[in-house]
Design a protein around this ligand. Structure first.
Ligand code: PRE
Length: 92
């Protein structure tokens, strides 16, 4: 197990994470379209908490609850932004 081989494995996993995150964002964009057509609020803290609780419950890896929250709260923030109408949305 060399540093280079470990980094290669990390790169491969990062590629998969990026693919999955982009797939999630495609679904989120559809949620945004649905919400706009039905005039529903974008920010749903109770749904975000439900997701965090579920992930924490089924987690059996090295990540603890604060780490899961740190990662997913960032994902939710990007998701909410993606649900905004195009003229006010930003991705950076
Ligand atoms: C999502 C995004 C924003 C909401 O605050 C809650 C959850 C998410 O990223 O999972 C999706 C969504 O808009 C929703 O489930 O209502």
């Amino acid at each position: 197990m060399t540093l280079e081989s470990l980094r290669n494995d990390i790169d491969a996993l990062d590629d998969q994470l990026l693919t999955l995150l982009n797939k999630r964002m495609e679904l989120v964009r559809k949620v945004g379209e649905l919400k706009r057509s039905t005039n529903t609020v974008i920010y749903r803290p109770e749904r975000e908490k439900q997701i965090l609780d579920r992930l924490d419950e089924q987690n059996n890896g090295l990540l603890n609850r604060p780490a899961i929250e740190a990662i997913f709260l960032e994902i939710f923030a990007v998701s909410r932004n993606l649900e905004l109408p195009e003229r006010v949305a930003y991705l950076g």
